[in-house]
Design a protein around this ligand. Structure first.
Ligand SMILES: NC(=O)c1ccc[n+]([C@@H]2O[C@H](COP(=O)([O-])OP(=O)(O)OC[C@H]3O[C@@H](n4cnc5c(N)ncnc54)[C@H](OP(=O)(O)O)[C@@H]3O)[C@@H](O)[C@H]2O)c1
Length: 255
């Protein structure tokens, strides 16, 4: 299906691997030009080369999104390089291994504050774009109450992110900006968190597959495609939504 994204200018954080990389790939395949960032330069070089080989353009920059001034400088440079902005996907998250208040502070910074920081920069630029769309990547962890202790801050911030996205959708809908959230369930890809769980906690890995009504983990590609759809004019009447891409793992009616 043609998502009518040809020529759109997109910025995706954390596009060097996993879900972020599949979001970049999905947007590229639809004819977008993409700017992305990550801390490691190697993954960025790889996705840039992949884009060039298919006649597309990805501009990667190595930086830590928690570094406010580096992030602001990159954002301004990326918008200039793209020649404007139509789509923003706020995807970065970092799993922390610390505990206590340090975990809460770190998770607040990475899973909430830097998304707010990006939105505050992005909204004015998107309002000048064509059929603009902002998509946040949350998680079904935001609605689960049986999370392990190491994920309590992660789930809390992901829940807050859905609320924040909803507020933005209400505030800027009248100006033509659509704001949505995608909440993945367990997504398996090589080197990802569920790959580690498969190795170290095989029982948990298997139970996650069984909890999905489809009986399996999702793929990063399936999340990338859902994000590309929500960012596209084909989703023109969808805003303020939280789209679960979880294979039916959360068993509540999604009002
Ligand atoms: N995988 C799942 O099963 C799952 C389930 C539910 C929700 N999600 C959500 O989906 C999104 C992507 O998850 P994922 O599993 O694909 O994550 P991932 O494999 O850890 O990839 C994260 C991406 O963000 C970059 N990144 C991480 N911290 C960064 C930082 N401080 N500054 C700049 N870039 C940074 C990483 O590159 P560098 O490390 O090189 O910086 C990488 O490109 C996250 O919001 C996550 O919460 C994932």
């Amino acid at each position: 299906m043609d998502l009518n994204l040809k020529g759109k200018r997109a910025l995706v954080t954390g596009g060097s691997r996993g879900i972020g990389r599949e979001i970049v790939r999905a947007l590229l395949a639809e004819g977008c030009t993409v700017a992305t960032c990550a801390r490691g330069a190697d993954g960025l070089a790889a996705i840039e080369a992949e884009a060039a080989a298919m006649g597309g353009e990805v501009h990667g920059a190595a930086l830590d999104v928690r570094d406010k001034s580096a992030f602001e400088a990159w954002f301004a440079a990326a918008v200039e390089q793209l020649g404007g902005l139509d789509i923003v996907v706020s995807n970065v998250s970092t799993r922390v291994t610390i505990t206590g208040e340090e975990m809460w502070r770190e998770t607040f910074e990475t899973d909430l504050l830097q998304h707010v920081r990006l939105a505050e920069l992005a909204v004015p630029a998107l309002l000048k774009g064509e059929s603009p769309a902002l998509v946040f990547i949350s998680s079904i962890a935001g609605v689960l109450t049986n999370l392990p202790p190491g994920e309590e801050a992660y789930g809390t911030m992901k829940a807050a992110l859905v609320n924040y996205a909803g507020q933005l959708s209400a505030r800027f809908g009248g100006k033509g900006l659509r704001v949505n959230t995608v909440s993945p369930g367990p997504i398996y890809f090589e080197g990802g968190v569920w790959d580690q769980i498969r190795t170290h906690q095989p029982a948990l890995f298997e139970s996650a597959a069984r909890l999905s009504v489809l009986g399996r983990h999702g793929t990063a590609r399936e999340v990338g495609d859902a994000v590309a759809f929500l960012a596209s004019p084909l989703a023109g009447y969808i805003t303020g939504a939280n789209l679960r891409v979880d294979g039916g793992m959360v068993k509540t009616a999604n009002f």
